[in-house]
Structure formats: structure tokens, C-alpha cells
Design a binder for this molecule. Structure first.
Ligand code: AMP
Length: 219
């Protein structure tokens, strides 16, 4: 069984950024359920039609759907050597479903990285976030602005504010996190390689700490 890593943490904690960088570093795919669902919406699939209205309001998409798409994604050949999950599991039902998947969390040697950030900082980050609807890159109006006003650096698409980064949806997402995802911290602590990281620091500093967890001991 390859290297398995999951990220826990509220929306705006920087999980997506760190998961992407860690995936590049460890050479395993980063799997973001948020990106998969947004792709499904853009493609107009049956999944996208169910997920779209729920996501816009900041609610969660039903567990059975998530468990289905993750089980199928993890069975792809590129996950044989491991993977990094960003945004799954997000509920206890998903964590339980994950344990029964062929390449899921059946043992205790999975890494669980719990990213902590104070609430007022999360609100500041989420409200300033801008998104490229073409390649899904994210920017921040103060912390990480695009080079050219409002245009994606990679493909020059006009950046927008995601519907679920608007104020009412953000409040709902944080409430969903508190009610349904935060209990996973206690669920995984003690039964996995659990590590809490302070995400209220520059992304390079956070990444350096995370990278350090995967340094191999000399043979
Ligand atoms: P994210 O990009 O991770 O912030 O996810 C955006 C939205 O996608 C969430 O607010 C949910 O509506 C939905 N979503 C992503 N992952 C999950 C999941 N594991 N379970 C339920 N809904 C999810």
C-alpha cells in the first residue's frame, strides 16, 4: 500500500495549496473533492446537477455520492503508489466509508494533517479569494494577487469570486465544518499518524514543516 495522506481543517486553512505542493514533492496525485465537484458542475453531469445548488449555498454534498466518486478515483492506476486527499473525508459517514474502500484507510499508517487557523483569519482569507473558472487556480486580492489585474496568470481568464466564498455561504461552510468535520479530529487522533500544523503562517513555512514529516530516516 502506498503513501496515504489526508488533510483536515476548516475552509480557508490552505489545505488545497499545501496538498498540491506536497503531492508534487512526494510524487503522488492530489485529489480534491471540491475540484472534482466543480468539474462535474462545469461538465453538466448528473453529479454536477445535484452538487451545484448545494455547494453554492455552502452546504455539503451527500455522503453516498462522495464515497462513490472517491472509491472510483482511488482505484485509478495513478493512486497505486499513494495519494493526498484534500476535502475528503468531511463527515464521520465518509470516514467510515473510506475504511471499506479497496485503497482506503484500512490501517493506521495513514498521515492525517490537521491545519489550524483562527476564525477571523479564515474569514479574511475566504472573502478575498478569487478563482479562475477555467483552470481552478486560486488567488487572493492581498496575499497572492494575479500579476495582471483580475486575470489568471496561467490562462488570462477573468477571475471571479466563487459563489460559496460569498458571505452567507461562508458562514454556512464554517458551521458545517464545526458540526460535521471537526469531530474527525478526535476520530483520527491516536489511530493514525496525526499531526496538527499551525496554518496561520506564510505558506512556505507551513510547507517546510509538512515536508519535514516525510523525510526518510537513514537506512
Ligand atoms: P472545497 O473546495 O474543498 O472548499 O469544497 C467546496 C464545496 O464542495 C464544499 O463546500 C461542499 O459543498 C463540497 N464538497 C467538497 N468535498 C466534500 C465532501 N467530502 N463532502 C461533502 N461535500 C463536499
Amino acid at each position: 500500500m502506498g503513501l496515504r495522506v489526508i488533510f483536515l481543517g476548516p475552509p480557508g486553512a490552505g489545505k488545497g495549496t499545501q496538498a498540491g505542493r506536497l503531492g508534487g514533492h512526494l510524487r503522488v496525485p492530489k485529489i480534491s473533492t471540491g475540484d472534482m465537484l466543480r468539474d462535474a458542475i462545469a461538465a453538466g453531469t448528473a453529479l454536477g446537477r445535484v452538487a451545484g445548488p448545494l455547494m453554492e449555498k455552502g452546504g455539503l454534498v451527500p455522503d453516498e455520492l462522495l464515497n462513490g466518486i472517491i472509491d472510483e478515483r482511488l482505484s485509478q492506476p495513478d493512486c497505486a503508489k499513494g495519494y493526498i486527499l484534500d476535502g475528503f473525508p468531511r463527515t464521520l459517514k465518509q470516514a467510515e466509508g473510506f475504511e471499506h474502500m479497496k485503497r482506503g484507510d484500512a490501517t493506521t499508517d495513514m498521515y492525517v494533517l490537521n491545519v489550524e487557523v483562527p476564525r477571523d483569519e479564515l474569514l479574511r482569507r475566504l472573502s478575498g479569494r478569487r478563482w479562475c473558472p477555467h483552470c481552478q487556480s486560486t488567488y487572493h486580492i492581498y496575499n497572492n494577487p494575479p500579476k495582471d489585474d483580475s486575470l489568471c496568470d496561467k490562462d488570462r481568464t477573468l477571475l471571479i469570486q466563487r459563489e460559496d466564498d460569498k458571505e452567507t455561504a461562508v458562514a454556512r461552510r464554517l458551521a458545517e465544518y464545526d458540526d460535521r468535520t471537526a469531530p474527525l479530529i478526535e476520530y483520527y487522533r491516536g489511530r493514525s499518524r496525526f499531526h496538527t500544523v499551525n496554518g496561520y503562517r506564510p505558506p512556505d513555512t507551513v510547507f517546510a514543516e509538512l515536508k519535514g514529516l516525510f523525510v526518510k530516516a537513514p537506512a
